[in-house]
Design a protein around this ligand. Sequence first.
Ligand SMILES: [Zn+2]
Length: 177
Amino acid sequence: MVQVLTTTHLVIAVLMGLLLNLNRDEWFAALTFGVIIDADHLFALPRYVDDNGWTAIFRPTWDDESGLPWKSLLHYPVGAAIIGPLAVGWRYMIPLTFWAVHVSIDELQNELIAYTNPIEAVMFAGAFAGILFVGYSRWAELREDATFKGYLRHVGSYWSGVFSQGNFFRRGRGDST
Ligand SMILES: [Zn+2]
């Protein structure tokens, strides 16, 4: 089993979210099922480090052949049986879509274990560049005097607005500015 860095899942989920123009509820579902499902690795981490030592964290695969479970059901295709019903009624079936992308990326890494580091670096850089490109071009469209610096300031205040006062968990549609 292979560890894909959670940060890579995060940038990919954020890029998808931007392209789909998610609202706050949808962001919450997308990040929960596309990124936070990796929390299961964290629960298994203490046992793994106990058995293998801290340096084992740098192994490309965390499989120590102990046969002990690493990942919850949510990391296997069978997890679709749990996520599928939750996704009914969501635009783009968001929980299922973001979860499927997460599991597919993990699977892809599994297949390509020998090249896992370069591929992950490329995915990360590509998704990150995509986020900046999509975000900036949409933002700049509405402004005459757009600068990249101004855009970064805008992003900072957007996200602090999303996370402040529990807005992230509240129902509410499209007040993206
Ligand atoms: Zn994962």
